[in-house]
Design a protein around this ligand. Structure first.
Ligand SMILES: [Zn+2]
Length: 331
């Protein structure tokens, strides 16, 4: 089946080299932005190492019982460790439970596999606890960690893993790959999802499967373009809707959409070459062009800076309404 992942030629050549030479490491760290395919690569490695019917030393069949159960993350020799919700803290108890499991002989697989997702969420105590396993890994155990960056884990953890960088694809290449693979998906949805994902294949697939979410982001970006025209009273009224502090995480998500829209406005004002740096909200291209007409890149840079400050304030427990007011008055 080959690894069946897109655009990860560098990562694959490292992994396949190790597999072909029979020199796989005890631990790998797949690092890159969320949605780029870090977990998929880890699962594929687990499948290749345990496939019952491998077509080659660096490949898996994808259809044997072992391959299917690992792909579905329900094989007894596979343990996936992560926080319940992205952004939470992974504590030492989760690592201790894992370490107990790893001392057991594999139930039936060649290797017992542990996949630790978003390991930057592990607090220092939990990371240090894993260090012991990384230093003296049990026989027939492989550990696959994912993280946003090499620098997001402790240097001691990093030094005991083989780092594998997972990169976003070029948007054009992603569109082509998704267009071939997406059975029956609307080509326009594929195009918009590929752009908004910024080349992150996992995120693009999520948006294609859930096009209502794609439309929601586009509607939020479209509404954002309208905020520039509001007068001061209307801006305060908009912010007042976020008086309820329970809307903090909702506002955080909205800020991310706005940041992406501001980046599109900045690129357009800077007359960037769209073949090199495509817009994220491609469906709003004409509206963005109209909005950015006559504006300088500096105009949008200042607003991006203000938005990032507002996002920091929001994370520092400033009330959502106040963080939003501060930003809107600088819009
Ligand atoms: Zn197989």
């Amino acid at each position: 089946m080959s690894f069946d992942v897109y655009g990860q030629d560098n990562a694959l050549s490292v992994l396949r080299g190790h597999l072909r030479r029979g020199e796989t490491r005890h631990a790998y760290l797949f690092h890159g932005a969320p949605g780029t395919g870090r977990r998929t690569l880890a699962l594929r490695m687990a499948m290749v190492l345990n496939c019952l019917n491998p077509p080659a030393p660096d490949d898996c069949c994808g259809s044997c019982r072992m391959c299917r159960q690992i792909a579905d993350m329900r094989h007894p020799d596979l343990t996936v460790v992560s926080t319940d919700t992205p952004g939470d803290i992974l504590k030492i108890d989760a690592i201790r439970d894992l370490q107990h499991t790893l001392t057991l002989t594999p139930y039936e697989a060649n290797y017992r596999i542990a996949i630790l997702l978003r390991f930057e969420e592990a607090n220092p105590a939990a990371q240090n606890a894993l260090l012991k396993t990384l230093e003296e890994p049990p026989e027939r155990v492989k550990l696959f960690l994912t993280a946003s960056a090499e620098s997001a884990v402790l240097p001691t953890v990093l030094s005991r893993c083989e780092p594998v960088r997972v990169r976003p694809m070029r948007v054009g290449a992603l569109m082509a790959a998704l267009g071939e693979a997406a059975d029956g998906a609307d080509p326009d949805v594929v195009r918009r999802a590929a752009h908004l994902s910024g080349g992150r294949v996992g995120f693009a697939r999520t948006l294609i499967a859930d096009s209502e979410r794609l439309e929601k982001y586009e509607a939020e970006a479209n509404d954002f373009l309208g905020l520039f025209a509001l007068n001061t009273r209307e801006r305060f009224a908009f912010a007042a809707a976020f008086r309820d502090t329970r809307r903090r995480s909702e506002l955080r998500a909205l800020f991310q959409v706005w940041e992406t829209a501001l980046r599109d406005l900045l690129l357009t004002a800077a007359e960037a070459d769209e073949r090199e740096v495509p817009l994220s909200f491609i469906a709003l291209r004409e509206r963005i062009r109209t909005a950015a007409a006559g504006k300088t890149p500096e105009f949008y840079r200042a607003r991006l800076e203000a938005l990032r400050r507002a996002a920091l304030n929001l994370n520092a427990n400033v009330s959502p309404q106040l963080a939003l007011e501060n930003f809107l008055l600088r819009l």
